[in-house]
Design a protein. Structure first.
Length: 104
């Protein structure tokens, strides 16, 4: 990746604080007390619209045993439910537009 005169990567919008940490030669400068005074641990929070919702369901032991054999249970269950609800919603419209439950 080619760097521009101000140290930013060409074709990308890097925030100024990040650019201040990278010298013109592309090397990262030493991190000082100023950096650590404002640094935050971990990853930035995911936007609320992209977060998944935790649900607890009771399923039969045979189904649980089959799901345990899968690498990514959530992706599989999401795909199956999306297909099933899409087909069922055409037959039973109230399944798709169920009113939200009031907060507990």
């Amino acid at each position: 990746m080619r760097r521009t005169d101000n140290g930013a990567a060409s074709g990308q919008d890097n925030p100024p604080a990040r650019d201040a940490l990278i010298g013109k030669d592309g090397e990262v400068r030493e991190l000082d007390d100023t950096f650590f005074a404002t640094a935050k641990r971990g990853r930035p929070a995911m936007p609320a619209a992209e977060r998944k919702v935790r649900m607890n369901l009771m399923i039969e032991p045979e189904i649980a045993a089959q799901l345990d054999k899968l690498d990514n249970k959530s992706a599989f269950v999401n795909e199956v439910l999306r297909k099933a609800l899409g087909q069922t919603a055409a037959i039973i419209p109230h399944l798709r537009h169920r009113p939200a439950r009031p907060p507990a």
